[in-house]
Design a protein. Sequence first.
Length: 262
Amino acid sequence: MRDLAMLPSAEAQGIVGVLFDLDDTVLSHGVLTREAYKALWALHEAGLRLVAVTGRPSGWGEVIVRQWPIDGAVTENGAVHVVREGKGVAVSVSGSEAEVTARTARLDELVRTVARVMPSIKLADDARARRCDAAWDVAERQRVDAKDVAELTRLILAEGARTTRSSVHVHATFESDDKASGAIRFVRSHFGDDAGAALHRWAFVGDSGNDAACFAAFRTTFGVQNVRAYARVLSVPPRWVAPSKRGAGFAEIARAILASRW
């Protein structure tokens, strides 16, 4: 991980779009600060495409795509795409209706199993806005100790699901996409960029363990300062790290990208 100040101008100039995480990357303890929102607008006004790539639910995606200066959202850790369509939004999930129904049934059964085996572990308060992903609150409204987080992870894996951890939630899904493959599928579907172009021309900004797939996949990757707390669980860390945490760090990354484009 190298200091953001060392970002080469040529690399910044080659970026056509920015993929970004929400919690503790653009959001600061759940709040969209004025500084971070202004950074989104500055990137948008410079002609860069913007796509949120988050573990948050598709219901959140439907709101931010309507209201923020972004082109779309890849939600639930890659599974669900949300794009603006006229005055509304369009939501899509990969797979046939039968496949989606089957995966949903398995996920519902997993949620019931966790509730039975670990009743003290509670679902995230945004659970009702999710389509393809279950999330348990481990560091947002309650604090779950490391031993119980590890046990929850083992239980999810034993049921055959995939799991990731963000800065606030432990996630489970039976979907095939992770954040990276979901983001690449989005860029291909909505902008016509093939995988090779996406990986080299789009940048990713994140902060934690569930961003690992994107840190490993994309050529130009950024972390806000708080990513350093997750360095030990990232097989490939972000290449560039901002001096500040959360939304302030995102704003620094935006300024660094834009500085070489004028």
